[in-house]
Ligand binder design. Structure first.
Ligand code: SF4
Length: 386
């Protein structure tokens, strides 16, 4: 299999999006954020262009930005002006902190192939690295530019899968890196903040990354085999160009009434939400009444209350917990202990947060799907303030 890192990352984010983009090849317009990112990348490529003997001045860099700016990516003129200015600020800040003379750039926007072995088959994860520099002590530094607003925590950079894949790809391109076991500095440069976060991958980090990629590739292969690419809604859905055709969201964009078995579906949704509200309200009311009964029964020393409609009885319910060590001593010699053991998922999820990354990965790999069903949830539209 040959798959780009961005395809793999898209699959991880949402298999349905992966299907739209890489299987059905449905072209979608680039978001304004993606266009902005591409333009900034182009400007930095121009700034560091190794073909030029003399590096561009700040004025030339800003002229490049202005000449290549794409106002049509924005529908709102205020937003467009703000984005243009933000680009100017990013480039000015970058220019001030990054004199081309201080860098020994080996490659810009260079393609790579990271070979991943599964059983006896080699799979290739491909991509493009923004920049590769030679730094002190003959080390290489891989730099990926980011135009995201948020800067991640250092620990997320240390475990960043993309950077590990870059490392594997680079070591494949220049085999001496692997032979000499030379470390590679991998960095994410957050342009909006003018900050670079770096990490040096250990052999253990690389092994985990490789295992992670193997798991993802296997999931991709399985999804293709079963033709199952379920949507995975998440916080990035508002930026997904396929929202209007996605099974999770497309109904939101249907303006006219739609019917199923002669029933107006939108009216049914409203009815369902108001019924759910009624059920919740009644449940709250019943809890209040039960509370009153209890107080009255305690006061009058009664366990049953009668009316014309029937009676209410109060019973003591007891739940017991067994001492696990004692039960183990009893059942283990009888060969029955394993039969009753069950992992408590809630406790596991709580404990998992405190465990190191590699152990969390292993637990994640031990997870097996055993049941699948669909359930309903309600998300109410926020009422606009008058
Ligand atoms: S809108 Fe969300 S759930 Fe739908 S395809 Fe895009 S990312 Fe997936």
């Amino acid at each position: 299999m040959r798959l780009s890192y961005s395809a793999l990352d898209t699959f991880k984010q949402c298999p349905q999006k992966y299907k739209f983009q890489y299987v059905d090849k449905i072209s979608a317009p680039k978001s304004k954020e993606a266009i902005f990112g591409t333009l900034i990348h182009n400007a930095l490529k121009f700034f560091h262009d190794p073909q030029r003997i003399v590096s561009p001045t700040e004025e030339e860099l800003l002229s490049f930005w202005s000449e290549n700016w794409a106002p049509s990516a924005f529908t709102d003129s205020r937003e467009e002006a703000a984005a243009f200015t933000q680009g100017v600020l990013i480039l000015k800040n970058y220019f001030a902190k990054n004199s081309p003379l201080q860098f020994n750039i080996m490659a810009l926007e260079t393609p790579f192939e990271a070979p991943i072995k599964i059983a006896n088959e080699i799979h290739l994860v491909t991509g493009k690295i923004d920049r590769v520099d030679k730094i002190e002590n003959d080390l290489l530094e891989v730099i990926d530019y980011k135009t995201a607003k948020k800067m991640p925590a250092q620990k997320n950079v240390d475990h960043n899968l993309q950077l590990s894949v870059y490392h594997i790809g680079l070591a494949n391109r220049w085999p001496s890196i692997k032979q000499e076991n030379r470390p590679i500095k991998t960095s994410l440069y957050f342009l909006k903040h003018g900050e670079k976060l770096s990490s040096i991958k250990t052999n253990q980090d690389l092994q985990f990354a490789e295992q992670n990629v193997i798991n993802l590739l296997e999931q991709v292969k399985k999804a293709h085999g079963e033709e199952k690419f379920p949507p995975q809604p998440g916080p990035l859905c508002p930026w997904c160009p396929y929202q209007q055709i996605c099974p999770v969201w497309k109904h939101k964009f249907v303006e006219q009434k739609i019917f199923f078995n002669d029933q107006d579906v939108k009216a049914l949704i409203n009815e369902y939400i108001s019924l759910k509200d009624e059920v919740d309200e009644r449940a709250k009311k019943m809890t209040g009444i039960k509370d009153t009964f209890s107080k009255f029964m305690d006061q009058e020393n009664m366990e049953r209350l009668f009316s014309d409609s029937g009676f209410i009885a109060r019973q003591m319910v007891q739940r017991f917990k067994y001492d696990p060590l004692l039960i183990k001593d009893i059942l283990e010699p009888l060969g029955k202990w394993q039969e009753i053991l069950k992992v408590d998922e809630t406790k596991l999820n709580k404990a998992i947060k405190e465990l190191p990354y590699d152990i969390r990965q292993k637990i994640e790999e031990a997870r097996k799907l055993y049941k699948e069903y669909k359930t309903f949830s309600i998300s109410k539209t926020k009422k606009k303030k008058p």
